[in-house]
Design a protein around this ligand. Structure first.
Ligand code: G3D
Ligand code: MG
Length: 270
């Protein structure tokens, strides 16, 4: 399993009062504050997410830019938009005009600065609006026209907030793939598989010395004889490595690794 660290700049755009600042606050610290102060200038927040792909885990750091929603401040906004790799266009489902301006104004303005980048269209304040109503329908058809995913969300209830950022995250790393592993079609011997797993574990763990101590300990616990490894013992040791990874990396990473390694061990030649 490959690990990749990637940083991306995301900018939220939309008329004043649609809920951009509230959506970011909800996503980054998971709380909705009715007294959240209106954005003055630009604020940047950070959030780390993981995108799992075949043979690859992308640790994606989102730098989320909250910019002024007043249409007049175009120069400040252009500066904030520069280098954006993903856009979230936010409309307020209770105000049709804010949805209309997403494509008429905000997308046009953004494209002048950054060109075409992955974009998600969001109808916020779903808690106040009927999802069947006109505004929601318009928002969805606008998104479809441009082939952008759309979602109805609420910064107040948290509905779809995580989802909209994750969708954009996946779009931004769509072209990131794991390099083909040389000779991976060949069925390997159990010893070769163990060699691969130990190397992979150490690389992901970061601290080589500590990683080797953990491997040694787990192999001992499982009673593995390096010269004549026993498949069940190796499988047992994998559980131990996964527990260590769960603490040092994350539960998701440890689960993906465990599944992949188990498969390799089961398929290995004796
Ligand atoms: P902006 O950053 O796009 O300008 P804000 O918008 O995040 O400042 O939000 C504008 C107002 O809408 C705020 O109310 C905020 O509490 C409210 N709001 C934001 N998102 C939602 C939502 O999903 N549901 C509801 N019901 N209200 C929301 P105030 O009264 O502080 O101006
Ligand atoms: Mg704001």
């Amino acid at each position: 399993m490959e690990l990749r660290e990637i940083l991306k700049k995301v900018v939220l755009l939309g008329d004043g009062g649609v809920g951009k600042t509230s959506l970011i606050a909800r996503y980054v610290v998971d709380k909705f504050d009715d007294k959240y102060i209106a954005t003055i200038g630009t604020k940047v927040s950070r959030k780390d997410i993981q995108v799992i792909k075949p043979n690859l885990i992308v640790n994606l750091r989102l730098m989320i830019w909250d910019v002024l929603g007043q249409k007049e401040y175009s120069k400040i906004r252009a500066a904030s938009l520069s280098g954006a790799q993903g856009l979230i266009l936010v409309g307020d489902l209770t105000r049709q005009d804010t949805v209309d301006s997403l494509l008429d104004f905000w997308l046009k303005e953004a494209e002048l600065v950054v060109g075409k980048v992955p974009t998600v269209v969001v109808g916020n304040k779903a808690d106040l609006a009927d999802k069947e109503q006109m505004t929601a329908t318009v928002l969805e058809s606008q998104g479809q026209k441009l082939d952008f995913p759309t979602c109805l969300a609420s910064a107040k209830t948290g509905e779809n907030v995580e989802g909209m950022f994750h969708t954009l995250g996946e779009m931004m790393v769509a072209d990131v793939v794991a390099p083909p592993s040389a000779g991976s079609d060949e069925p390997k011997t159990l010893a070769e598989v163990m060699d691969h797993i130990v190397q992979d574990f150490c690389a992901q763990y970061g601290d080589l010395e500590k990683a080797m101590l953990i491997v040694q300990h787990q192999f001992q616990e499982a009673g593995i004889d390096i010269r004549r490894p026993n498949r069940d013992a190796v499988l047992q040791a994998l559980d131990g490595l996964a527990r260590a990874e769960e603490l040092s990396l994350s539960k998701t990473v440890s689960m993906v690794n465990l599944e992949e390694r188990r498969k390799m061990v089961v398929l290995a030649r004796d």
